[in-house]
Design a protein around this ligand. Structure first.
Ligand SMILES: Nc1ncnc2c1ncn2[C@@H]1O[C@H](COP(=O)(O)OP(=O)(O)O)[C@@H](O)[C@H]1O
Ligand SMILES: [Mg+2]
Length: 224
């Protein structure tokens, strides 16, 4: 299978004044096309830091990241910005939906930054809303939706521009157990149908079970 992403000896150290906090220590990791991976570890183990580096939002202190075989350079930031915009989708823990926009408009939003025509945009947004079972609630604002429904909107929005990798930081954290499992099953279905790599973090053993591959992280170290 084609490699999407490779981490080679990645370290990330935060500094708080005089204090250095090693959040990732010598991480080696390879993610292939279409994988469904859980990053599992307790709070403070480095999951968010790892996802931010995978999503090219943050820069490692040392080591090399390759995206589709190309070494990422953090100097030319506009190139990196374009790569991130075209290839990566994010599902944030708090969903980050825009309150004044309805479900349709929230999902449409990433496509407004592309050259996709209005007609194509409408078609793709409706297709994604249908995939996540929310077509009939397209006109609802986030506050008129349940937590699980908001998470579905966030998933549709992360996938609408057909990224190669979708990242979800603790996507089940604010949901009840049944809704969380439904959401993960939906992610797994989209992973198969859209051939997109899904990488999500969790500290919930029930959620870890749904993943096809588990990457365990403890104190900034990956153990498998
Ligand atoms: N911006 C930051 N500045 C300083 N320390 C940070 C920052 N972000 C995270 N950390 C520290 O890095 C470690 C890993 O954090 P994080 O990646 O958020 O873990 P997790 O997502 O698994 O809870 C923790 O010790 C945390 O306190
Ligand atoms: Mg976190």
């Amino acid at each position: 299978m084609k490699k999407r992403l490779e981490f080679e000896n990645i370290c990330k150290t935060y500094s708080l004044g005089e204090v250095l906090i090693p959040a990732l220590r010598d991480v080696n990791l390879s993610i292939a096309e279409g994988e469904f991976v859980a990053i599992s570890g307790p709070s403070g183990s480095g999951k968010t830091t790892l996802l931010n580096l995978i999503g090219l939002i943050d820069k490692p202190t040392s080591g090399t990241i390759r995206f589709e075989e190309n070494i990422i350079s953090y100097n030319g930031s506009s190139k990196l910005h374009r790569l991130r915009q075209a290839r990566i989708g994010f599902i944030f823990q708090s969903f980050n939906l825009i309150p004044v926009l309805n479900a349709f408009e929230n999902v449409e939003y990433p496509l407004l930054l592309t050259t996709v025509s209005a007609q194509q945009r409408k078609k793709r947004v409706e297709e994604m809303l249908d995939e996540v079972g929310l077509l009939s609630l397209r006109a609802h604002k986030p506050r008129e939706l349940s937590g699980g429904q908001r998470q579905r909107v966030a998933i549709a929005r992360a996938l609408v521009h057909q990224p190669k990798i979708v990242l979800a930081d603790e996507p089940s954290a604010n949901l009840d157990t049944q809704t969380a499992q439904d959401i993960l099953q939906l992610m797994e279905k989209l992973n198969r149908e859209e051939n997109v790599s899904f990488i999500f973090s969790t500290h919930d053993p029930q959620i870890v079970k749904i993943a096809k591959r588990v990457v365990n992280i403890r104190d900034g170290r990956i153990s498998n």
